[in-house]
Design a protein around this ligand. Structure first.
Ligand code: F6R
Length: 266
């Protein structure tokens, strides 16, 4: 994992937008996995700004949402389809068909989940997946004890996640109880992962994801297995990390050799 720690949430947005823009420069038809919630909003606004200024062309993107609430129709303002309409489709200048969202309004949710996996595969897989992290370590809505190899499926939201997301709804009871979410196995297949976190309330989850054991207790820890993951954190979100600049957890052998006795790198 690459860990980038920047001073503020605004810096997280700028740095993460740079990562996305670099990817799009390499491949204009990038397949972008788009998280919702508050964490990525600054990235989307920064990308939209660069597009408006003429320095970034987003026209060839295909986007796939991470998840959608079960029980909210797409036109409901709190659905993730509506969120992506506001934050991605219109500001990026995309056609609605360029941004896919799991169809959580279908009676056959299992079929909708399978169809979503097929759509991702048909698009050639996700090039860059943007993620936030829940205070309990979830990514997507893969809550603690999700299978580390899970695929897109119906999942229940934990009590903690429903309480965290109550801020988006009029009443806590209005927060849906279930969602369709990409699985951890699905997320791991993205070629590149970019996770952003801001604020102290994410510090414990970030520390568990980065420094803890890979365990279903902290679903984001599965990213330790991903070959190309970058975390962009503000200082508050990084405040629980103990292994960082200026800290040398591996004792020096005194002769330039590594801890296993290997010769120094030339
Ligand atoms: C959103 C998602 C979630 C959020 C997480 C953090 O599509 O899948 O994993 O990224 O709950 O939410 P915020 O960013 O609102 O703190």
């Amino acid at each position: 994992m690459d860990i980038v720690i920047v001073p503020t949430a605004a810096d997280v947005a700028t740095h993460a937008a740079d990562v996305v823009a670099d990817r799009i420069a390499e491949k204009p038809g990038t397949v972008l996995g788009v998280a919702t919630g508050s964490s990525p909003v600054g990235i989307y606004r920064e990308l939209a700004l660069r597009r408006a200024e003429g320095s970034l062309d987003l026209a060839h993107l295909t986007c796939f949402a991470l998840d959608e609430y079960v029980g909210l129709p797409p036109q409901h303002p709190r659905s993730y389809a509506a969120y992506l309409g506001r934050e991605v489709v219109r500001p990026f200048g995309l056609a609605p068909e360029q941004v896919r969202v799991p169809d959580a309004s279908r009676a056959d949710l299992g079929g909708a989940a399978e169809e979503y996996e097929r759509a991702i595969a048909a698009a050639g897989g996700i090039d860059l997946q943007i993620l936030g992290i829940g205070t309990n370590g979830h990514i997507g809505f893969n809550e603690p004890i999700s299978s580390l190899s899970s695929r897109t499926r119906v999942a229940a939201l934990s009590a903690q996640t429903r309480a965290d997301n109550a801020r988006f709804f009029d009443r806590p009871d209005d927060v849906p109880t279930h969602c369709l979410t990409q699985g951890l196995g699905t997320i791991l297949e993205a070629r590149q992962v970019l996770l952003v976190a801001q604020g102290e309330r994410k510090a414990a989850a970030v520390a568990a994801a980065v420094e803890g054991p890979v365990a279903a207790r902290c679903p984001a820890s599965v990213l330790q297995f991903h070959p190309r993951t970058t975390l962009v954190l503000d200082e508050a979100a990084a405040s629980g990390l103990t292994i960082g600049d200026g800290h040398s957890p591996v004792p020096d052998q005194g002769d330039g050799r590594g801890p296993d006795g290997s010769a120094p790198a030339s």
